[in-house]
Write a protein that binds this ligand. Structure first.
Ligand code: ARG
Length: 407
């Protein structure tokens, strides 16, 4: 069905996507490979050489770190986007960008399809397919791994027969996905939710018990909702995240072990490590508590949860998500200041916060007698605040008839 057509495949250099590449060629399609750097670390092979050897008509290697951080991570920071209140969504944020870059490459070479190596059990297939539908509805999306449903040994066999290099060393039992914003580890022994992850699972974070014995303080400076400095040094966001990953990871902070609800209905056990994301979102929330009104904070908490769900569910390029961005953006104008975190053996605690436009007022809050708070006004306020409760009690009787005690 792809005979004579051009297709652009998201290529990682690994077994799955190498098999896809070859398969496209055997279908009589003209495959192009696209490898994107989202800060996942250096690939083990020269992906361009490997893709061309397997049979790609051309192979593109592109650095998308800045675009990833500016267009995807930055809005997620402003929205404190955490799925299930915990997962910083790095994979979910990366997929719409990869899809967008696939579409761009497809336009460049005149392809009719884009392709990815997702399986049929995860969220990633949804994110690729729905993003493409949102931004390039004329393009087809092909997922050979899902559609062919090959097992790992079958893929190895297929690759060997065609001279595609297969992993020689004993394979890690884990399935890993990583970018600048975090790293996920799934499969193997981790599929038992009662199995404690062994230290070999982690790469970005130290074992808390092996972390330095002295705490490390780190000060994150924010400008209008985004981190702009570390310990007083201004840094571009990409560099700031890279540096913070190493500082925070060294202290064993940023590990997340959770059972999560996938969009396709499966509960899955996930191990994440996201040191910079954990610290930045914690600090950002802290600064918001100092600079935003009670009403905005309460309303935004609901927006944040919905925002995380839309991101998780592959709905990044949709009207609701864009509208929520506008709301969040408006709130961030006040979020400028610094937060000092204390990192110590797996924990990050807020040690201090400052903001030039802080809504906190010591004059009002102090228990000193010279407080500017008008305590006399409190009595009148409470009389009216409690009026409905008093009224109810008057009509229904006191304690015995209070709501919740009625039979
Ligand atoms: N559960 C996470 C998510 O859905 C991580 C998925 C990791 N993806 C992968 N292909 N290994 O966003």
């Amino acid at each position: 069905m792809l005979q004579g057509e051009k297709v652009v495949l998201a290529y990682s250099g690994g077994l799955d996507t190498s098999v896809c590449l070859k398969w496209f060629e055997e279908q009589g399609a003209t495959p192009y490979a696209l490898y994107l750097d989202l800060g996942q670390g250096e690939p083990e092979v020269d992906v361009k050489v490997k893709a061309l050897e397997i049979g790609a008509a051309d192979a593109f290697v592109r650095d998308a770190r800045e675009e990833f951080v500016e267009e995807y991570v930055a809005p997620a920071i402003k929205a404190n986007a955490l799925y299930g209140g915990r997962y910083p969504l790095f994979t979910a944020l990366g997929r719409p960008l990869i899809a967008k870059k696939l579409v761009e490459a497809a336009r460049e070479v005149g392809a009719t399809s884009i392709a990815h190596g997702s399986t049929g059990k995860g969220n990633d297939q949804v994110r690729f397919d729905v993003t493409t539908a949102s931004i390039a509805p004329d393009l087809k999306v092909v997922a050979p791994v899902r559609d062919l449903n090959m097992s790992r040994p079958e893929e190895m066999e297929y690759a060997r027969e065609r001279g595609i290099p297969v992993p020689a060393t004993k394979e890690s039992p884990y399935s890993v996905d990583a970018n600048l914003w975090g790293r996920s580890i799934e499969a193997g022994p981790l599929e038992d939710p009662d199995h404690e992850p062994t230290p070999d699972v982690y790469e970005m974070t130290a074992e808390p018990e092996d972390a330095p014995d002295r705490p490390r303080y780190v000060e994150i400076g924010f400008t209008e909702g985004l981190p702009t400095s570390l310990d007083g040094r201004d840094l571009p966001l990409v560099d700031l995240i890279v540096e913070l990953n190493s500082i925070v990871g060294e202290h064993g902070v940023g590990r997340i072990d959770m059972v999560e609800d996938r969009l396709v209905g499966i509960k899955s056990r996930e191990i994440y490590e996201a040191p910079a994301a954990t610290a930045i979102i914690q600090a950002h929330k802290e600064l918001e508590s100092l600079t935003l009104t009670k009403d905005v904070l309460r309303f935004k908490a609901g927006v944040e949860q919905r925002y995380a769900e839309l991101t998780y569910d592959g709905l990044w390029f949709t009207p609701l998500k864009v509208a929520l961005d506008a709301f969040v953006e408006e709130t961030q104008r006040a979020v400028t200041g610094t937060v000092r975190l204390k990192l110590y053996k797996g924990s990050a605690t807020v040690a201090g916060r400052t903001a030039s436009k802080a809504l906190y007022s010591k004059e009002l809050a102090t228990y000193d007698p010279n407080s500017t708070f008008d305590e006399a006004a409190a009595a009148g306020f409470i009389a009216l605040w409690g009026l409905p409760a008093r009224q109810w009690a008057g009509v229904h009787g006191g304690t015995e008839a209070a709501p919740g005690t009625l039979r």
